[in-house]
Design a protein around this ligand. Structure first.
Ligand code: SAM
Ligand code: SF4
Length: 481
């Protein structure tokens, strides 16, 4: 517990960049409410986990963490579960981990200040705005613990150590979590959320259930944040969304490609990235924008999930193998070489050897610079639960190994091509043990480098580097002086 009177919190984040950035906004919100962030659970009054439930393993991690630190409840510490597991499991979390006091999904983060007041027992319920509870959006309620949304009837924590506060009712919200109080953790790359939630409902995926419906910010608000970030000295912006390219400006002023170009033209911004894109909504004008605006990075992450149209159909991915390949051709015809990375799921229910062979063949045909590959994991509430998940775990692991081995060979060959070329890198730091600087190219490749001259490079600076050797996942080079 903190030695001074200021309330302290510890926050651990699991999962994707969206979660990392949500945490930056949560941290900013807590600091605004008078909390101080600390580095360990032992120092904290409030312990928060921003969770991920995309696969079963990610979800289990959170419950292990909660079990590990349960004993600290005796010291008066409070626990909160935020994010996707919170939304998915809802009040069942109070049953599984009774020391938890706060369960809040990402669509309710704008209500965090009120929830904190309630958690501290500093507010009577009458001061908290009444909110409508939508019974259709509740994912479960633990017996013996009536649900308490904001405006519910629980006593405050001052006299009730078992207080339960929930923010679970906002998945139908039209609002994004916009806050000027963002505690950015990366000093050079700033994240900007442009779209939240997802309406695609891929058969295997929890996101539409945990993050709510799709809603975009206005282009004016995104551009204002981009300018503010540039004024603060950031040179790289990463636009975020579960599907960034499904962006629809509520004011109808800009398409995604136009917004991308406009962010790239903000004075002071040298690199703009965007993730993740959905193949169905990936239009040619995005490639045109990358061609036209040099600050837009020559890297696109476009998850394919499977190379078999039959499996894509069962996954409800809304595109065929041929349509995916058409997008690859657009990118390969771009003026700059665009580095392409993807996600693949192996062992989706009903995936045959022939389907899997089509995925391997797609890897060969496209030549990705990186593949994030996963074994299918059955998730609560998803349509794929009704399919027969008949592929044994062992077989899923075998397919994953085969795929990773094939992709490693592809990457070895692809990375080799860069030997002898010159790239601009942004300096990210130093590796003193190896006597190397750590750099990142516009194509999002790690390019570590040395310098024959004594140089004192500042992280965030940009320098030219000649590539001297390659590995499956990184490049090595010498700074051009
Ligand atoms: N919106 C992105 C898209 O449409 O591709 C993906 C976002 S999801 C958070 C990140 C990745 O997790 C997906 O691309 C998929 O490969 C993987 N994933 C999602 N659900 C999964 C599941 N049930 N089992 C295994 N992998 C899964
Ligand atoms: Fe999940 Fe599909 Fe939405 Fe991506 S598009 S977040 S995989 S439901």
């Amino acid at each position: 517990m903190s030695g001074d009177s200021q309330k302290t919190f510890y926050l651990e984040t699991f999962g994707c960049q969206m979660n990392v950035h949500d945490s930056e906004k949560v941290v900013g919100t807590l600091m605004r409410e008078g909390y101080r962030q600390v580095e360990s659970v032992e120092q904290a009054d409030l312990i928060l986990y921003n969770t991920c439930s995309i696969r079963d393993k990610a979800e289990q991690k959170v419950f292990h963490r909660l079990a590990d630190f349960k004993k600290l409840q005796a010291q008066g510490k409070k626990f909160g579960v935020l994010g996707c597991v919170a939304q998915q499991e809802g009040e069942k979390i109070f049953e599984r981990a009774p020391h938890v006091s706060l369960v809040c999904g990402s669509a309710s983060y704008q209500n965090l200040p009120q929830m904190l007041l309630k958690l501290e027992g500093r507010v009577t319920d009458s001061r908290i705005p009444q909110m409508q509870r939508d019974p259709s959006t509740s994912l479960g309620q633990a017996p013996g613990h009536p649900s308490v949304g904001l405006g519910g009837g629980y006593p405050t924590s001052a006299n009730n150590p078992l207080i339960r506060i929930t923010g679970l009712d906002d998945r139908q919200t039209d609002k994004c979590f916009e806050t000027e109080y963002t505690a950015r953790t990366n000093p050079h790359r700033a994240y900007i959320t442009i779209i939240e939630g997802c309406d695609k409902f891929c058969a295997y995926c929890v996101v539409p259930f945990t993050r709510g419906k799709e809603r975009s910010r206005t282009s004016a608000s995104v551009l204002a944040e981009a300018r503010q970030i540039a004024d603060l000295g950031y040179s790289e912006i990463q636009l975020l969304g579960q599907n960034v390219n499904s962006y629809r400006d509520p004011d109808g002023k800009k398409s995604f490609a136009e917004l991308l170009a406009a962010v790239g033209e903000v004075t002071g911004i040298k690199r703009v990235r965007f993730t993740t894109s959905h193949p169905r909504d990936f239009s040619r004008d995005i490639v045109d924008a990358i061609d036209a605006v040099p600050t837009l990075c020559d890297h696109v992450h476009l998850p394919v999930q499977s190379g078999s149209t039959r499996v894509l159909d069962a996954m409800q991915r809304l595109y065929t193998r041929e349509q995916y390949l058409e997008r690859m051709h657009w990118m390969k015809a771009a003026k700059r070489e665009i580095s392409i990375t993807t996600d693949v799921i192996v062992g989706f229910p009903g995936e045959t050897e022939a389907d899997f062979a089509e995925t391997l063949n797609l890897l060969d045909e496209v030549g990705f610079d990186g593949v994030f590959s996963f074994k299918y994991s059955a998730r609560p509430n998803t349509p794929a639960l009704s399919l027969n998940d008949a592929i044994p775990e062992q077989e899923k692991s075998r397919r994953l190994d085969v795929l990773m081995t094939r992709q490693k060979e592809i990457q070895i060959a692809r990375y080799k091509k860069y030997v002898g070329t010159e790239c601009e890198v942004m300096v990210e730091g130093q590796n003193p043990a190896r006597g190397q600087w750590i750099g990142r190219t516009s194509q999002n490749k790690t390019l570590n480098f040395t310098s024959s001259a004594a140089v004192d490079l500042k992280p965030g600076s940009y320098v030219p580097v000649r590539v001297t050797s390659s590995f499956p996942n990184s490049l090595l080079g010498e700074m051009v002086v």
